[in-house]
Ligand binder design. Structure first.
Ligand code: DAH
Length: 338
């Protein structure tokens, strides 16, 4: 019996060396150590071993089991190592890695972030509102009469239920004043606006605006001018000249368009329109007060200024981009310049 055990061990270890994969190794383990395996068969004959030999045979049995178990374990590790080595064959792991080209922010994101940063420093908080709007928030509350051309089906995307894709971020003025609990209100709202424009070098049907609103007791036109002058000088440089030109918007009175004087090397300096603004029309406070049912925005007691500008346009002026479509085409030849 002792010699039979020796044979099993020798055979087992010899076979182990020629096992080529994990499946064959498992078969071998079952064959030798499994419930119906050869070692188990020998063990079941223990009761026939004369008592004086039992200790020696038992010890031998354990020795063989230990040797085979260890051999199988070792072979498993070496098979796994061979597999790992095969999977990286032909890969030179000592080569330096391939650099992936660094990404940058889209020019639109950059100007938006810069504008937010500048205005936040001046005390404005970022506010938000839905892009699908009611006519009331987008037009009525902003003192825009029913026959105003902006409300036309030709100019505005209407949903079947009568709501619309907001044509400007000015609706966030109303959304904000509806819910605030106290004054002052000092917010900016960057976001998308939608118009049924013919798409060309200066128009897209989706574009980006930045709205601003400041309401409190005693907000004046001087506050408006000071704030926006500083803002545009932060964006375009401290020498930038800023001009306020009388204009009309339904939701402000008085209203202005803001021009900056653009100096492009090799060209004659010229004024270009960059934003709209004005003192909030009391009719807007009236509409908000009616909706709120309280007196926080009593038109007799509060004043405010508002402004709105196109972020796409700002980015175009800043970078000398001549076609707005570049901003949405995702052409890396364009984008990698920023
Ligand atoms: N909502 C205007 C537009 O889309 C821009 C604007 C003008 C916003 C004057 C304002 C403002 O807040 O006071 O053309």
């Amino acid at each position: 019996m002792l010699s039979e055990l020796d044979t099993i061990q020798l055979e087992g270890l010899t076979l182990l060396a020629s096992v080529g994969d994990e499946t064959a190794l498992e078969a071998l383990r079952v064959n030798f150590l499994g419930k119906k395996g050869r070692l188990t068969a020998v063990a079941s004959q223990m009761r026939d071993v004369p008592p004086d030999q039992k200790a020696a045979v038992g010890a031998k049995l354990n020795e063989v089991r230990t040797a085979l178990t260890a051999g199988i374990e070792e072979r498993l590790l070496s098979l796994q190592a061979e597999k790992d080595a095969a999977s990286v064959q032909g890969i030179d792991i000592t080569l330096p890695g391939r650099p992936s080209p660094g990404a940058t922010l889209h020019p639109l994101s950059r100007i938006r972030d810069r504008a937010i940063q500048t205005l936040r420093r001046m005390g404005f908080a970022v506010a938000d509102g839905p892009e699908i709007e009611t006519e009331w928030h987008c037009f009525d509350a902003l003192n825009t009469p029913a026959d105003h051309p902006a409300r036309n089906e030709k100019d505005t995307f209407y949903l079947p239920d009568g709501r619309l894709l907001r044509t400007h971020t000015s609706s966030v003025q109303i959304r904000t004043m509806e819910v605030v609990k106290a004054l002052p209100v000092r917010i900016i709202a960057p976001g998308a606006a939608y118009r049924r424009d013919e798409i060309d070098a200066t128009h897209l049907s989706v574009f980006n605006q930045l709205e601003g609103l400041y309401v409190d007791k005693n907000v004046s036109l001087a506050d408006l001018k000071g704030t926006l002058e500083v803002f545009f000088q932060e964006i375009f440089g401290p020498q930038t000249q800023v001009r306020f030109r009388p204009h009309f918007f339904p939701f402000t009175e008085p209203s202005f368009e803001i021009d900056i004087k653009l100096e492009v090397k090799g060209q004659e300096a010229r004024w270009i329109e960059i934003a709209g603004c004005g003192m909030v029309d009391p009719a807007v406070f009236q509409a908000v007060s009616q909706m709120r049912g309280d007196n926080l925005f009593n038109p007799e007691e509060v004043t405010g200024f508002a402004f709105g500008m196109g972020l796409d346009r700002l980015a175009m002026i800043l970078h000398g981009i001549t076609d707005i479509r570049h901003l949405i085409e995702n052409d890396v030849r364009f984008l990698s310049q920023f």
